[in-house]
Design a binder for this molecule. Structure first.
Ligand code: FSX
Ligand code: SF4
Ligand code: F3S
Length: 391
């Protein structure tokens, strides 16, 4: 049984939320059984780093009658970001998104075309002035006046400025929109640029090529629940998703620390699941929650490193599509045990919050972090004692 299942089954507050009217409304709206819905909402709460007491508010926000209007623009991209949100092997995800927001303009998904589609965009902008969310997928070419990408006769530069002017929030989805991504690869013939640089102001960025759909969903749910965007880092990335290096939570980390590396694809080390650093893994210099929330919803191990491929740093500007795939990563943090706190401290000091959270995250799902953190702190006096010079 997973951490979420265990908590839902045993927590009194979870049971009372599950029986609430709001969950009944959500059940009808999203067409999901109550327990499934609770699991989903709990995972979102945990992935945002919120306490479980926020669950009720999140469920409530998901069932508000008025859904926020979203205008989704697409420029230089491959539609992988949209694909990852709506992929067919996970039918509930597209339903969740489309029931949570009012997707008023989206070039790929819209049945309307041409003037009719343009009309829809203008109507949505007028009716929701100052309140709609602008999501941008794809980079914006700025060379030669921006002529390399036009929609409805307007350049991407003109369009993004026009729609951003009255938006409540601007979200760049994917690495292309966040920092140029694949289209900006040297020699960048079209001058592919990020949305933030074209608008000349910071925007929310959800990088990844494609990004993890749950990071986008969690950001939207945070906005719905609190009427504000989540805490962001200096690159506009939600801290809950991009606050840690992949290397910090990687399931192969113990092999890195012990010096056990795969040195060729298919060699003994690779088959044993050893660390992929020497194959060029960029986990040590890439900030993302891939090892914690996984990717692709197909179960344990479903993320690039989990499947045996080094991380290419697809979320990280200056790493993905810039550094050669098999070059060695720069180590942003030093190797334990010299500098890192030990998981079990001398009796009386207890585990530090950072150590416990790290241990919890390494232990499995992010959702376990809050629960495990509580457990660890509560039982710190029982922690195994490190050897002392006297023993
Ligand atoms: Fe870019 Fe989105 Fe990479 Fe593609 O469309 S982030 S090329 S996977 O998906 O913009
Ligand atoms: Fe994991 Fe890569 Fe770090 Fe090795 S180098 S522990 S595979 S993130
Ligand atoms: Fe991308 Fe690396 Fe995650 S390649 S999906 S950042 S593991």
């Amino acid at each position: 049984m997973g951490a979420i299942d265990f908590w839902l089954k045993n927590s009194r507050s979870a049971k009372s939320i599950e029986a609430s009217e709001a969950v009944g409304r959500a059940e009808a709206r999203y067409g999901m059984p109550r327990r499934e819905l609770m699991k989903f909402a709990t995972a979102l709460v945990a992935s945002m780093g919120l306490p479980t007491s926020a669950l009720g508010a999140v469920v409530n926000a998901m069932t508000q009658p008025r859904r926020p209007s979203v205008i989704w623009l697409q420029f230089q991209e491959c539609t992988g970001c949209t694909e990852s949100l709506l992929r067919s092997e996970h039918p509930t995800l597209d339903k969740l998104i489309l029931e949570m927001i009012s997707l008023d303009y989206h070039e790929t998904l819209s049945a309307a075309a041409g003037h009719q589609a343009e009309e829809m965009r203008l109507t949505a902008m007028k009716e929701n002035k100052g309140k709609y969310i602008l999501v941008v997928e794809g980079a914006i070419p700025v060379k030669d006046g921006g002529i390399y990408c036009k929609v409805g006769g307007k350049t991407a530069i003109e369009l993004v400025k026009e729609v951003a002017a009255d938006a409540a929030a601007v979200i760049s989805i994917g690495s292309c929109a966040s920092w140029g991504g694949m289209p900006s690869t040297s020699p960048n013939p079209t001058g592919a640029s990020s949305v933030g640089s074209v608008l000349g102001k910071p925007v929310v960025t959800i990088p990844g090529c494609p990004p993890n759909p749950y990071n986008f969903l969690s950001t939207v749910v945070h906005f719905l629940t609190f009427g504000a965007l989540p805490a962001l880092d200096e690159k506009g990335r939600p801290k809950f998703a991009y606050g840690r290096l992949i290397h910090e939570n990687c399931e192969r980390r113990a092999h890195f620390d012990a010096g056990r590396f795969a040195t060729q694809f298919g060699d003994e080390g690779h088959r044993q699941g050893w660390c992929l650093y020497k194959l060029g893994c960029k986990g040590p210099e890439t900030y993302a929650n891939c090892p914690s929330i996984l990717f692709g919803d197909v179960g344990t191990g479903s993320w690039p490193v989990g499947t045996g491929h080094p991380c290419i740093g697809c979320t990280e500007q200056g790493i993905g599509f810039t550094k050669p795939i098999h070059s060695l990563a720069e180590l942003k943090t030093v190797t334990p045990p010299v500098q890192f706190a030990r998981p079990a401290e001398e009796q009386g000091q207890g585990a530090t919050v950072a150590t416990a959270a790290c241990a919890a995250a390494i232990g499995g799902l992010v959702v376990g972090a809050g629960l495990k953190l509580g457990d660890t702190l509560g039982k710190r006096d029982d922690a195994p004692k490190p050897p002392t010079s006297k023993s």
